[in-house]
Write a protein that binds this ligand. Structure first.
Ligand SMILES: [Zn+2]
Length: 388
């Protein structure tokens, strides 16, 4: 890991709520409790449910000092406004700044910490009077979506299940299987198969955010070159310098997304339990996918004439190592895995609020550990070679 001279800003940590997770039986002994366990033993019993999330949101609305507003998309007025299975879709806002920011978690239902990190940061922004939080509230109105995919979260699956509400059962495809949709590949003109996609897309067109953040999990990962465990990968769904991003907004998003992650990298490199790299898929491939929600935001997708003015905004994502599907989430690193997302989000929001992000050298992106780029994995043309 590259050590940078810059001293990370000191924040009061809100860890108390996070370390109270229920105990599980006989977690394997690990060399380093900062990292998720490769030994399995994933316990889902301590993962937030939909009901937990709603309860916590309503509690924060009632107890916050600085105006946390919690509402459903039905209350916000979107035409489609529930999940496939009919669950209300929740948003919470905090801050009264002129620019809007979109922060989403758990679009993949089996990637739980986005919801928990968002609820914790929402609490801090709603209650903490220190200047750093105030600067965020003064610059932005932050729209937090802790659980984008409530049905998939209840099932602890990545996707959502398309639902026949009249029959009260899953819709079934020609092959006799339940129809499932990855909500993070569904913001594509001609698709929008799931209700959640239409609902949140319409809400996005109402908000017109200036920036976005998206929280995910990945499998266990080693840093290229050193073999050190990676705790957090910094990702952009349209690769910087790749086939698509440099052409958007005259290259502005290519620069801004690099700066967003470069700033986070510089600020958090001195935090001992966090080891960052760049998000890549196998063999040095960067991703360049257009159907992801955050890509569609950068592309300014105009679906059903809802975004005629062509609004678009830059977005980055964070990938925490360890996931429930591979049984690698573990339990010992839980508090730190969640805390790194809180720190990364808060750091980025503060850097954007104070224009420190916009003053960051975008070339720092090249210093963030990564494999030499060999090509681009796309959802529209297979694998594309590096552009010379
Ligand atoms: Zn994900």
């Amino acid at each position: 890991m590259i050590k940078l001279a810059k001293t990370p800003r000191t924040w009061a940590l809100g860890m108390a709520a996070l370390v109270a997770a229920p105990l599980i039986v006989a977690a394997p002994v690990q060399a380093n409790a900062n990292f998720p366990s490769p030994e399995g033993n994933t316990s889902t019993s301590s993962i937030l449910t939909y009901d937990d999330t709603v309860k916590e949101l309503l509690k924060l609305e009632n107890t916050s000092r600085f105006g946390v507003d919690v509402f459903t998309l039905a209350e916000a007025g979107t035409e489609v406004n529930t999940s496939e299975q009919g669950r209300d879709l929740y948003v919470a806002t905090v801050g009264d700044g002129p620019q809007d920011v979109w922060v989403q978690g758990r679009i993949h239902g089996n990637e739980p910490y986005g919801a928990e990190a968002i609820l914790s940061l929402l609490k801090d922004l709603g209650t903490n009077g220190s200047p750093q939080y105030e600067e965020i509230r003064d610059a932005f109105t932050v729209h937090f979506i802790p659980m984008y995919n409530p049905d998939g979260s209840e099932l602890n699956i990545r996707q959502t299940v398309l639902w026949d509400s009249a029959a009260g059962q899953p819709r079934v495809g020609a092959d006799g299987r339940d129809l499932i949709v990855d909500l993070n590949r569904d913001w594509v003109d001609g698709k929008f198969e799931a209700r959640e996609s239409l609902a949140f897309y319409e809400y996005w067109t109402m908000v017109d955010p200036a920036y976005g953040i998206d929280i995910h999990h990945q499998g266990l990962k080693k840093e290229f070159g050193t073999g050190d465990d990676v705790t957090l990968s910094l990702g952009i769904s349209l690769a910087p310098g790749g086939p698509t991003l440099p052409s958007l907004e005259g290259g502005l998003y290519d620069t801004l997304t690099r700066q967003m992650h470069s700033y986070v990298y510089e600020e958090l490199s001195g935090t001992g339990y966090i080891n960052m790299d760049r998000y890549q898929v196998g063999n040095g491939l960067e991703i360049d996918i257009k159907g992801g929600v955050v890509s569609a935001m950068m592309l300014g997708l105009n679906y059903q004439g809802l975004n005629e003015e062509g609004h678009s905004n830059p977005v980055v994502f964070f990938e925490t190592s360890g996931n429930t599907s591979d049984g690698s989430l573990g339990q010992k690193a839980r508090g730190k895995s969640i805390q790194q997302n809180i720190l990364a989000m808060r750091t980025l929001l503060h850097g954007l609020a104070t224009d420190e992000v916009q003053a960051t050298d975008p070339e720092v992106w090249e210093q963030i550990p990564h494999q030499p780029v060999t090509g681009y994995s796309t959802d529209y043309a297979g694998v594309l070679p590096v552009i010379p």
